[in-house]
Design a protein around this ligand. Structure first.
Ligand code: NDP
Length: 245
């Protein structure tokens, strides 16, 4: 059974880590892919390496017009949008006492508003098609809070609440739109590179010593997409086996 083949999949934050790995696996399985991120040079590199059935577009998810344009590109290029993966995210964790307001705003803008803009942009197309699938990247930090994670956790709890609300609203009108919340634990990507709070970074580096590769997350995404239409895989939590948090 390959229900991934020929699906049109839009993915934000596709330029590295989980996004890049997911692009690679879905492409192997025959999906048509539309990639968004700010670093166009990285997207061009991925397009060159993977090749067929990929289109790329510079997209900052904090800008609703750019997110709308990304979805329009998918529609114009492939005639439909089957899956949106709201993957773009940032994790500059810090202790509240440090008052890093710019980083708080960044996390709220990318992790929450970016996801909302994605949903807002794609829903009219999926409602019209009477089918679709929205996959949102949350986090283990969207299930538990620890010192230094308050704002990041807040954004990821929000992603879970928004996705569950979306699930209920779409089920109520029978739109046949599936939703998936995916909560990774420590995954070896560029995510921790942007932590500017040195005290925080030390603790996080310790947790990330056992980080697993992003292909674990890509496989889960592939599984959720591959399930038959009537089955909506609503939630995953995937940690390294040794992660106790
Ligand atoms: P990376 O840092 O490798 O990837 C993050 C991606 O988000 C990049 O491709 C980046 O692209 C993109 N991005 C950041 N800001 C924006 C923006 N304003 N507009 C568009 N794209 C943006 O980390 P991961 O692959 O690990 O992260 C992917 C998702 O997984 C995130 O939502 C993260 O919170 C979540 N996650 C990851 C975990 C981990 O341990 N790695 C654990 C739990 C959750 P560019 O800079 O080119 O715009």
């Amino acid at each position: 059974m390959n229900n991934v083949k020929d699906k049109v999949v839009v993915i934000t934050g596709a330029s590295s880590g989980i996004g890049e790995e997911t692009v690679s696996l879905l492409s192997e399985n025959g999906a048509n892919l539309v990639l968004g991120a700010r670093r166009l040079n990285r997207l061009e590199e991925i397009q060159k390496n993977i090749g067929n059935n990929i289109c790329i577009q510079k997209t900052d998810v904090t800008n609703a017009n750019e997110v709308n344009a990304l979805i329009e590109t998918a529609y114009n290029e492939f005639g439909r949008v089957d899956v949106l993966i709201n993957n773009a995210g940032l994790m500059p964790q810090s202790f509240l006492e440090k008052n890093k307001q710019d980083e708080w705003n960044q996390m709220i803008d990318v992790n929450i508003k970016g996801v909302l803009y994605g949903i807002g942009a794609v829903l009219p197309y999926m409602r019209e098609q009477k089918s679709g699938h929205i996959i949102n990247l949350a986090s283990v930090a969207g299930h538990v809070v620890f010192p230094g994670s308050a704002v990041y956790s807040g954004t990821k709890y929000a992603v879970r609440a928004i996705t569950e609300g979306l699930r209920q609203e779409e089920a109520a009108v029978g739109s046949n739109i599936r939703t998936t919340i995916l909560s990774p634990g420590a995954i070896d990507t560029e995510l921790t590179d942007h932590i500017s709070d040195k005290e925080m970074k030390k603790g996080i580096d310790e947790v990330y010593k056992d980080a697993i590769k992003p292909d674990a997350i890509a496989r889960a995404i592939n599984y959720a997409i591959n399930e038959p239409e009537e089955s909506s895989v609503n939630e995953f939590i995937i940690r390294p086996s040794s992660q106790n948090l």
